[in-house]
Design a protein around this ligand. Sequence first.
Ligand SMILES: Cc1cc2nc3c(=O)[nH]c(=O)nc-3n(C[C@H](O)[C@H](O)[C@H](O)COP(=O)(O)OP(=O)(O)OC[C@H]3O[C@@H](n4cnc5c(N)ncnc54)[C@H](O)[C@@H]3O)c2cc1C
Length: 350
Amino acid sequence: MIETDILIIGAGPTGLFAVFEAGLLKLRCHIIDALPNIGGQLTQLYPKKPIFDIPGYPTVQAEELVNNLYEQIKQFEPGFTLNEIAQTIDKQEDGTFIVTTDKGTKHHANAVAIAAGLGSFEPRKPPIDTLSKYEEKGVEYFIREPEKFKGKKVLIAGGGDSALDWSIFLADIAAEVTLVHRRNEFRGALDSVEKVQELKNQGKIKLITPAEVIGLEGKDKLEKLIIEKEGSKLEKEVDYFIPLFGLTPKLGPIANWGLDIEKNAIKVNNALDYQTNIEGIYAIGDINIYPGKLKLILCGFHEATLMCQSIYNRINPDKKYVLKYTTVGGIQGFDGTVKEAKKAVVKSIE
Ligand SMILES: Cc1cc2nc3c(=O)[nH]c(=O)nc-3n(C[C@H](O)[C@H](O)[C@H](O)COP(=O)(O)OP(=O)(O)OC[C@H]3O[C@@H](n4cnc5c(N)ncnc54)[C@H](O)[C@@H]3O)c2cc1C
């Protein structure tokens, strides 16, 4: 059982920043995310895009903002359960919660902050009947350990940045990389398209376009793919098939937690602290809805800040919280680090 003060569901910008605000109040956080990496939409959907409306940053690349958020929170030593979906929630008699993931990991917390954005991202799967039969037996939707593909025959399908970038990356690792796309044109960054062209010319990537994978074959694991190219069928022996057609967000299990849901989002008390209809469960960031809601990163940061104050009062009903500016109080990390502004030197003038 993982013990924490605040269990945060979702490692997008809102969930990450909540760790910082909680840390200032000496509250510990643990984050669950369905994905293998942090950053939510910023990492999954637009890592290389510049964002122009983060206060204090005239421009910041999405992945840089995620890296900076991690840099800012690591002193508060958040725990992470990545690659697991928060599946069930059980309120205990003492008002605390146990949240269990799809892989059975249990987390016990005083309060739960749902920062689940658009929901958990799930891979968009091509409509092939036998696909699910070979999942984890040759079909992969995420590349978590590239070393797994060393010396293997890999076929990637897709026409966007992920398909291009992973083809380039695996060209140096796998025995054979084939990229299949249903059009001749790719939708990725120009330099990635040019790099794939270069690797194709060097014989390091095989390109099959316009074409689609339409069948999978193999006894106990994937052995062969059937590809349709301009009306004719080809067979290709492979060890791995990696369809990279993007991710779709699904509200998923959270929809069954007894929360008030409106338009696929969780209703909260925005006049106070972003608490849901269940006391002790909060919803912040893109996942919540209230009159005037804006799905913006800076709104998620604000909501996380007010939520943490409320959770502090919930955990410490007898203590009175006095707001301290970080410029005045500094920051004491749980890792022993201390950051503080230089104290003013008081000198008397005779
Ligand atoms: C193309 C694009 C451009 C954008 N540009 C801007 C911009 O310029 N400025 C701006 O302010 N906003 C922008 N946005 C919006 C911004 O990205 C969102 O407001 C922000 O990502 C919301 O953050 P979040 O932390 O609330 O949720 P998300 O970033 O969506 O993160 C939620 C996380 O929760 C996880 N999760 C969900 N359910 C579960 C579960 N059951 N178990 C485990 N994990 C779960 C998901 O996997 C995900 O990682 C843009 C969005 C897009 C798509």
